[in-house]
Design a protein around this ligand. Structure first.
Ligand code: APR
Length: 307
């Protein structure tokens, strides 16, 4: 059975472990810097197995040695946003934390694939790649599946139809400059652009871009974790089952979409070796313009990082 490690036993980490355990996708190790926290949550989740009917092994630990031989390591350690904060406000603290986490992953699980969740997503994923020294294809970030899920949910609400039939696509940076793509979004194969007016689509796009902030404002402390953990698990399943799913991910670009040397949300083929292919889509001029702005902002931050 594959081993999956989740670093960070907070809201996103623990909910991810719950979903992974219920799917019996592998044996799970959950670590955190706080003593007792991962152990207590692991014990609780193990006991839930007797009621929910899963036999997944879940170990809580403060020791990175326990992540040895992981096929997949999911990083959720760090601080989350508070109202009024952008994802970028988290850079300093989270890049320090992830540099430390990454060095331990490289030491104890050098063969693993890494999925990063910690924000600001595209920048922290770059930090994880640099500080592990892993091949770029073995490190990716989860963003587009979540953003696409939010877009799909708003579309379903507007059309009063099932969420199950919606295939949405959101690419670009995981922030104010993400790029929802209505022309690649369908409802059971029917283009969204045939079903809703441009104005209505623009409203849903705007709500998608602010989807994370809307939840942060309501929660008052902390950020979303139910939809993020659902997105993480769909990507984890693609890696563990080597299913070659085509999903948006923050992947390292080397010329694709005219971008070089940054992590950025694009559609990829995801399998046991990580990002196995990057798919290039044709965009309209306005979408290219947002992508350029978004990538410039990321490049600026990356050039100031000490990794
Ligand atoms: N090593 C391991 N764990 C750490 C470290 C560290 N160096 N530093 C902090 N942590 C742990 C905290 O102890 C906490 O349990 O990371 C956990 C983070 O949990 P939450 O505060 O609940 O945050 P969460 O909502 O899970 O978000 C985590 O995901 O979506 C992103 O923006 C979000 O960057 C944030 C991350």
């Amino acid at each position: 059975m594959a081993k999956i490690s989740v670093i960070g036993a907070g809201n996103v980490g623990a909910t991810t472990v719950q979903r992974l355990a219920e799917l019996e996708l592998g044996e799970i190790v959950m670590t955190d810097i706080v003593e007792g926290l991962p152990q207590g949550k692991a014990l609780d989740l193990m006991q839930a197995g007797a009621i929910k009917g899963y036999d997944t092994s879940i170990i809580g630990s403060n020791d990175y040695a326990d992540i040895a031989d992981s096929a997949l390591v999911i990083i959720t350690a760090g601080i989350a946003r508070k109202p009024g904060m952008s994802r970028e406000d988290l850079i300093k603290t989270n890049s320090k934390i992830i540099t430390d986490v990454s060095k331990n992953i490289a030491k104890y699980a050098p063969e693993s694939i890494i999925m990063n969740i910690t924000n600001p997503l595209d920048i922290i994923t770059y930090v994880a790649m640099k500080s592990t020294g892993f091949e770029t294809t073995k490190v990716f970030g989860m963003s587009g599946v979540l953003d696409s899920g939010r877009f799909a949910s708003f579309i379903a609400e507007e059309l009063k139809c099932s969420k199950k039939d919606i295939q949405a696509m959101v690419i670009g940076g995981h922030g104010d400059l993400m790029v929802p793509l209505p022309q690649y979004t369908t409802v059971s194969g029917i283009p969204l652009t045939d079903l809703l007016s441009d104005d209505k689509i623009a409203r849903l796009v705007e709500r998608t871009v602010n989807g994370g902030a809307e939840i942060v404002e309501l929660l008052k402390q902390g950020s979303a974790f139910y939809a993020p953990s659902a997105a993480i698990v769909s990507m984890a399943e693609a890696v563990i089952k080597d299913s070659k799913r085509v999903l948006p991910a923050s992947a390292y670009l080397e010329g694709q979409y005219g971008q070089e040397g940054i992590y950025f949300g694009v559609p990829v083929k995801l399998g046991a070796s990580g990002v196995e292919e990057i798919l290039e889509l044709k965009l309209d001029e306005n979408q290219y313009e947002i992508l350029r702005k978004s990538s410039q902002a990321i490049l600026k931050v990356i050039s100031q990082l000490e990794v």
